[in-house]
Design a protein around this ligand. Structure first.
Ligand SMILES: [Zn+2]
Length: 448
């Protein structure tokens, strides 16, 4: 049986499209290769950098077989085929009437999946479903990333799932996860990348999904912050309602309120310290204030502290200060945390957190910075034409796996990735809502 997998279909006549085919023959299908001369009737042939003026009688059958594929499939310009026949990896490109073939003995370096995953700050879920094909593909995909890209994706989790009718999926409904399905590993003898430094064939799927993840960097960052914020807020909630009966509704009041309270607490602490010292002096000898005055002063301070305590639940002044310090260091800033705390305790604005999350999940640099790069639409593959988000993922994959093909089909897209356009776009996308966005966020939880 021969399996045929394609990340795209054959191009229409609309323009040059990179189409990547991976053939998984179990053996040589003799119908496909025995007339090598036919290839030379229509093409110039370059094998391993050398122009071959005629079909050499002695040409290895797997080479002829691979060249014949180009005739069989009516490919367009910039087609690439990857074929593993026997112990050879062969890569075929078509540029006009020239067929360019590179070959190398089949060789897969064994990669340290656990080590690579851990050093990238990533994890895996679905423990029982992992197989060696999945482990090697993820490891290979991660080693191809730039350091800055890996840093953007720290915290990402991978899951291996049996079955499925797609290669993979990236989704962010709870936390950022790349899921890999059996479909991506149908070609166990196939390869990605270059012959001689070949990678397991599932690597292309891993890179495609990592492309989605990079495109959704603002979402990942927002999820990280949301998680940090929830963790932080839970600390407050466990202490009970810490708020005055009449909380500020304008977040700009927060800073003023913090400063006022800090000043009051600081005066109170000073007065309390002076009072304690006066009590100590009275205890040490007859000098100092009369006892009645000391007691009255003590009651007055108790009253002031009580007033603050009543406003701030059951907290002591020290706890109040700790709350204020915590708020100053809150993820997304004190005002945001303050507002969400109010939302929780007062109930009236809880929807804001949900809107923020919805908005964050919908962010994608692909549909913003990338979409305006010439060649991004329709994108470098047929599948890229389904949406600009898929175009981004396909381009990201090709940039790492087959930069030569991306440069040939969409040179400006290649240049954009090479100069870190995606990294700048990720850094420039904010993760905190404006007032307007707070009510207009729309969900976009996953990309196939
Ligand atoms: Zn996709």
């Amino acid at each position: 049986m021969t399996a045929l997998l394609a990340s795209g279909t054959v191009a229409s006549a609309a323009g040059p499209v990179h189409v990547e085919w991976t053939y998984c023959p179990d053996g040589l299908d003799r119908d496909r290769w025995h007339t090598a001369a036919e290839v030379w009737e229509h093409h110039r042939v370059v094998i391993d950098g050398e122009v071959m003026p005629r079909a050499p009688e002695s040409q290895a059958p797997e080479v002829v077989y691979t060249l014949r594929l180009a005739l069989k499939e009516a490919w367009t310009e910039h087609t690439v085929a990857r074929v593993t026949v026997g112990e050879q990896d062969l890569l075929l490109r078509q540029s006009g009437d020239t067929l360019i073939l590179r070959q190398a003995p089949r060789h897969r370096a064994h990669l340290d999946f656990e080590g690579i995953l851990a050093s990238a700050g990533m994890s895996r879920g679905n423990e029982d479903s992992w197989d060696e094909a999945g482990r090697q593909a993820v490891a290979a995909g991660l080693t191809l990333l730039r350091e800055e890209e890996r840093a953007l994706l720290a915290g990402l989790a991978f899951e291996r799932h049996p079955g499925g009718d797609v290669n993979g999926r990236f989704h962010t409904s709870v936390r950022p996860v790349v899921q890999l399905f059996d479909f991506a590993f149908q070609c166990p003898r196939g390869f990605d990348g270059d012959p001689g430094a070949s990678l397991p064939s599932g690597t292309s799927t891993v890179l495609h999904e990592l492309g989605h993840a990079v495109g959704r960097t603002p979402t990942i960052e927002a999820l990280r912050q949301r998680e940090a914020l929830w963790r932080y807020l839970r600390g407050f909630w466990s202490r009970g309602d810490p708020f005055p009966a009449d909380p500020p509704t304008d977040p700009a009041d927060h800073r003023r309120r913090v400063l006022e309270l800090q000043a009051r607490l600081s005066v109170l602490a000073k007065e309390r310290a002076e009072h304690e010292a006066a009590v100590a002096r009275w205890e040490a000898g007859p000098a100092g204030l009369p006892v009645d005055e000391l007691l009255a002063r003590g009651l007055e301070l108790d009253g002031k502290e009580g007033e603050l305590r009543r406003g701030w639940g059951a907290m002591t002044p020290e706890e109040m200060l700790r709350v204020l310090d915590d708020l100053e260091g809150a993820p997304l800033g004190a005002n945001h945390a303050w507002r969400l705390l109010l939302a929780h305790f007062r109930g009236g604005r809880a929807a804001e957190l949900e809107a923020w999350t919805r908005w964050a999940l919908g962010q994608d640099i692909a549909s913003q910075a990338y979409a305006i790069v010439p060649g991004a639409i329709p994108g470098p593959t047929a599948y890229a034409r389904t949406s600009v988000v898929e175009s981004f993922a396909e381009s990201f994959e090709l940039y790492h796996l087959d930069p030569e093909a991306l440069r040939a089909v969409a040179p400006e897209v290649h240049a954009w990735f090479a100069r870190g356009g995606h990294l700048s776009a990720a850094a420039a996308t904010p993760v905190v809502l404006t007032d307007e966005q707070r009510t207009t966020g729309s969900p976009q939880p996953e990309s196939p």
